[in-house]
Design a protein. Structure first.
Length: 439
């Protein structure tokens, strides 16, 4: 029987042995490696989960396991401050290395365990896999009797549970109000009420978000992206650290959300992955594209209003909106289509129908909150997009979206439901009846 101290030493040593070179050399047979068996030996209840997953969804299983090992390799490269595969310079790597050191000085196994366990729930429910992963950690007692402190256990579970928050905030899919569930989470109060714990949580969530990207694409983060992630970390610290009053925290989240709408629109133009990659792709460049699109939209709709008033009047509910699977529609809608149209140049014009879709969603939410007694007014709305085609499929989808009156009809046909337990409204917009393949 492994002692508690043996687990701490062994899991840290094992995790630190995974390299980018090893992952690249074992991708095609990773489930047959000694390292994969060792991982299962650390968390025996996962043996059956992995066996069933490999049987039922082999492609998804292998993709997730490779991703998991690659996150570990990326973390090790960051900790060693030697990550040539990332394509980043020393200054950028050092920023992430400083973040990693601040966490590992508290507990060297914190991030490795988070990385090993963050995606185990994908087999149970891919759509809410972060929540399922956290549930499995508890239900399978994966961290019990391992010599971990109560602070380590709660940090691991909560980073896993909320590991999508900063990523979706950065892409524009969600606003700062997406952090509201943390304030309602009774278990999270132990973190919220302890300044060292909330700092560790925010730092760990930020570091995890960057590593999660590297787990899919080893050179897909720019220095500008790192700076932006660090800025989000600083803004979250400004809101949460040293503040225990829920009302004050909520006001801080609302204030940040109001200022976040412009960045969300930039995210729908792929700014989150493109900004800083070319000299012309700057914040000012994307802001000008938004302004140009806004002018064309107001001219088309015969609106006499400035951008600030427009956001307050026509997009005042978008702060509450957290898009689920929305980028598959919002990004190509911005560009008017897929393929070559999605290459942003100096001459690219952003489709005014992006604003039109958001305005119609905003109006639908206002109407539901006013007329639907089941809805929870002024609370979060999960706006779920389903039934849209993949980008590489030849369809008339974007032609239909740009047909006058079509966006109104699509949003009007959406179905509203309410999850009382989680305190969230849901608007599901199904596009499946509004397009067909081109033959």
């Amino acid at each position: 029987m492994e002692s508690e101290n043996d687990f701490r030493y062994s899991i840290t040593a094992f995790s630190g042995s995974i390299t980018v070179e090893w992952v690249f050399g074992n991708k095609n047979h990773i489930n047959q490696t000694m390292q994969f068996e060792t991982l299962i030996n650390f968390f025996p209840p996962l043996s059956e989960v992995f066996m069933n997953w490999q049987r039922d969804e082999p492609q998804e299983f292998f993709r997730t396991i490779i991703h998991t090992f690659q996150t570990q390799a990326a973390y090790n490269s960051i900790c060693s401050a030697n990550f040539p595969e990332s394509g980043l310079n020393k200054e950028a790597i050092d920023k992430v290395n400083d973040l990693a050191k601040s966490i590992s000085s508290f507990s060297p196994l914190l991030i490795p365990v988070i990385l090993w366990l963050h995606d185990i729930g994908r087999y149970v429910n891919r759509q809410i896999h972060n929540e399922k992963s956290a549930e499995m950690i508890t239900e399978m007692a994966l961290l019990e009797n391992r010599g971990l402190s109560a602070q380590e256990i709660i940090l691991i579970k909560k980073v896993v549970q909320y590991h999508l928050l900063i990523g979706t905030l950065y892409t524009g899919e969600s606003s700062y109000l997406s952090f509201e569930p943390l304030l309602m989470d009774k278990e999270f109060k132990t973190i919220l009420n302890d300044e060292s714990s909330i700092k560790l949580f925010i730092n760990s969530l930020t570091l995890f978000t960057m590593i999660d990207v590297w787990g899919y694409h080893i050179n897909d983060i720019s220095q500008t992206m790192i700076d932006n992630y660090i800025d989000i970390r600083d803004e979250m610290s400004e809101i949460f650290v040293g503040v225990n009053d829920i009302d004050q925290l909520m006001e801080g989240l609302r204030e940040k959300s109001r200022k976040h709408i412009d960045w969300r629109l930039m995210g729908f133009m792929l700014a989150f992955s493109k900004i800083g990659t070319k000299p012309h792709l700057t914040i000012d460049f994307y802001s000008k594209k938004i302004n140009d699109s806004f002018k064309r939209y107001t001219e088309r709709e015969a609106l006499s209003i400035d951008w600030h008033e427009f956001k307050n009047q026509y997009l005042n509910k978008i702060d509450q909106v957290q898009f689920k699977y929305g980028l598959g529609v919002l990004i190509p809608l911005s560009y008017g289509g897929t393929g070559r149209k999605m290459h942003l140049t100096v001459d690219t014009e952003i489709n005014p129908n992006l604003l039109h879709l958001l305005v119609n969603i905003n109006n639908r939410i206002k109407n539901e909150e006013n007329l639907n007694t089941e809805c929870i007014a002024d609370e979060l709305w999960n706006v779920v997009f389903v039934g849209f085609p993949p980008w590489n499929r030849d369809t008339n989808f974007h032609e239909i979206l740009n047909t006058p009156g079509q966006i109104e009809e699509i949003v009007k046909s959406g179905k509203v439901s309410v999850n009382k337990q989680e305190g969230v409204n849901i608007l599901t917009i199904d596009y499946s009846n509004f397009w067909c393949d081109i033959t």
